[in-house]
Write a protein that binds this ligand. Structure first.
Ligand code: ZN
Length: 297
């Protein structure tokens, strides 16, 4: 289980959402067999997606963050529902890099790469999802998300995302925050907030040794923060046979007919949670016919 806490400060001119989610990242590590740097890369992306997803209005809305940075990780993908429950995967979960030479931290930017884009799509149940995309800044995810929000959504926000991996490779601490100044905030308030973020302890240290409330207290130091809500969030995959069958149709009728021609059932594994679904040849034939008739329309 993880938790998202929302708070406001400075007479409601600042709002913050903090997530504490080591269990979510540990679950991702267990499912995908993530390397330490991969735990940090996918973990930060999951935590960011959860924070943004939790702000969605419609119950069935979903939000997807996709990072394509050209690094050894390949694509990194995280999907959140409107509660902030998340799931995700990356192309190369075992890929790893040595720690950064200058500070010994996990080299997330190197693993994701910096030569590419962050794409955020919001599926709000309309005909087309709302999609925005920006160039990666550092591949460290938090900076990239802040740049995305500024450029693509004109939202001025500071984003912190962190994952601390223990010596046995398990996830020891993981969390993040998005803090946003509402329009018209005076300069001294902006400076105060920037100073607080600059001088705060390392995010994962606060979460490891203290609490998400302590993150709020440090980011909003001397700004009179007031907690509004607390919500539980989980690593959760809503996959089902029906959803997998729908996804299968998109591979085209020729590929499906080939699978249907095999004597044995075909096993399809959900890329988000690793659950396996078996499809019998006759089911695949039905899907192939459906795909063919849809292609002919
Ligand atoms: Zn699944």
């Amino acid at each position: 289980m993880g938790e998202i806490i929302r708070a406001v400060a400075a007479d409601d001119r600042i709002k913050i959402a903090v997530i504490n989610g080591p269990d979510i990242v540990e679950e991702a590590r267990r499912i995908h067999g993530l390397s330490p740097t991969a735990s940090a890369a996918l973990g930060r992306t999951l935590l960011g997606a959860s924070l943004l997803g939790n702000a969605l209005k419609g119950e069935k809305d979903t939000l997807t963050i996709r990072l394509n940075g050209g690094g050894p990780a390949g694509s990194v993908v995280a999907v959140s529902d409107s509660m902030g429950n998340v799931r995700g995967y990356m192309d190369e979960p075992a890929a790893d890099l040595p720690p950064r030479a200058n500070d010994g931290k996990l080299d997330v930017g190197g693993l994701i790469g910096r030569d590419g884009t962050m794409t955020v799509s919001r599926d709000l149940g309309l005909k087309e999802p709302y999609i925005g995309s920006t160039e990666l800044v550092s591949g460290e995810v938090g900076d990239d998300l802040a740049a995305y929000l500024a450029e693509s959504e004109q939202v001025g926000a500071a984003v912190g995302l962190g994952v601390l991996v223990d010596t046995d490779k398990s996830v020891r601490a993981a969390g993040g925050f998005i803090v946003q100044l509402l329009p018209g905030a005076p300069d001294e308030l902006i400076t105060r907030l920037e100073d607080n973020i600059f001088y705060m302890d390392q995010l994962t240290t606060i979460l490891d040794e203290d609490s998400p409330e302590a993150v709020i207290a440090q980011v909003l130091k001397d700004l009179d923060p007031r907690i509004l809500s607390r919500e539980e969030v989980f690593y959760r995959c809503p996959c089902s046979r029906e959803r997998l069958a729908e996804a299968l149709q998109t591979i085209g009728h020729e590929a499906l007919e080939e699978m249907a021609a095999a004597e044995d059932p075909t096993e399809v594994v959900c890329q988000f949670c690793g659950k396996a679904y078996r499809f019998q040849p006759e089911e695949l034939k039905v899907l192939a016919d459906l795909a063919k008739s849809e292609a002919a329309e």
